[in-house]
Design a protein around this ligand. Sequence first.
Ligand SMILES: Nc1ncnc2c1ncn2[C@@H]1O[C@H](COP(=O)(O)OP(=O)(O)OP(=O)(O)O)[C@@H](O)[C@H]1O
Length: 427
Amino acid sequence: MDNINSDTPQPKTLFNFNNIKIFKNPHILDTGYVPDVLVGRDDEIRAVADIFYPIFIHGTPGHAFIYGPPGAGKTVVLEHVFRQLYLEAESSGNFPDGLNLKHITVSCKKHDTTVRILMYLIAELGYTGKVSKRGVTSGYYYDIFYKALKEKSYSLTIIFDEIDRLRDDNILYNFSRSGELKDLNEGQFIHIIGVSNSGLFINSLDPRVDSSMQRETIIFPPYNEDQLIQILNMRVPLAFYPNVVSEDTVNRCAKEAAEDEGDARRAIYLLQTAGHIAIKTSCYTVQPAHVVLAAQKIKEDISLQFVLNMSYQEKFVLLAMLNTDIYLKKGKYFTTGDVYRIYYDMCKFVGEEEFSLAAISQKVSKFKMMGIVNANTTSKGRGGLTSQIVFIGDPTTLKNAIFKDGKFIRFVTYVPDVKKICSTQIW
Ligand SMILES: Nc1ncnc2c1ncn2[C@@H]1O[C@H](COP(=O)(O)OP(=O)(O)OP(=O)(O)O)[C@@H](O)[C@H]1O
């Protein structure tokens, strides 16, 4: 008798990729890798270096805000300038004796309050004394921070990454005045660089903070396709074996990334993912078709990530929107009212209590902010307003991601009675 599994022969090994050699040094494609030469960023490097120029005439560096879209090279330019600064500080005859430079990057996404930031800085300074975690005010942490800084005699540049996420800008005010307030040793300084994807943050700064900082503003434009090609071409011979990546493949990655805000990180990530797909599909070269698959995979991963981080209610409303798109979309778009009808029907279908139309509107606005949908507000006559909603890209991946949550299995058989829904007044 035939073996029942004979139609699904198992591979002899799980990890033998036919000795396919694609990556020579995969770390060259890591985000943290700082290349020796940066493409198209001479002006920005000069502008950032100029912030530090006063050090070499025995002054203090100027505070600065740097902004530009994701993957525009803000972090890598800062790292490049610091690398050079430390190097030149050692050899320059103009560098002040005893000046001990250090920089720390604070992610404001993770550390968004004064206390959290101070605790992080204290740890990064290697402070070994006892630090209470309860029943103390921010003043307590400031005291320990300045004590640690004085002990180490560092002159510190603090880079506030994603500074727009800071919940309280008082810390910028206090740090920018630390010299005047004699919190530091003679010649020691605290220097602030804020980094953001949006220039709008500057307008929302407390004017008192802004004026005390007297900061420079440096803007990073997105990369164009040619620059992205050059960025990739510099990494290809270091990261891949010879003749593995063709010109067409590089061009395809650059084109995709140029269309997506000129993001160098995306261009590099596409190439890296395409390389992995080549290995897994037993190809000896990375081809443009692998880049297309890589773009699709990245999109699915992002959708999955978005959806995994959503609350149950958000997933519910998103599923209602996806169902509206499938069952009710009459033309190009659907409205918040349409979503509410389907949402209401889904609640009845599974016996769940429904939220108000206003609550659903709020969720729609949030999805717009997350970049999942476009929603333009228009008049619907008699003074009322409605949103015209349309999904950005193919929503199938979002739906697949929602169904990964077991709680949504009960919706698999949901099909609305469209006629009834359209004729029922539910609010
Ligand atoms: N001019 C360049 N030359 C070579 N590589 C670059 C250049 N610009 C950016 N990169 C690379 O692209 C990736 C993203 O750059 P970087 O992290 O500096 O962007 P960013 O502007 O800080 O982005 P975000 O705002 O999302 O943090 C990194 O791997 C970096 O090394």
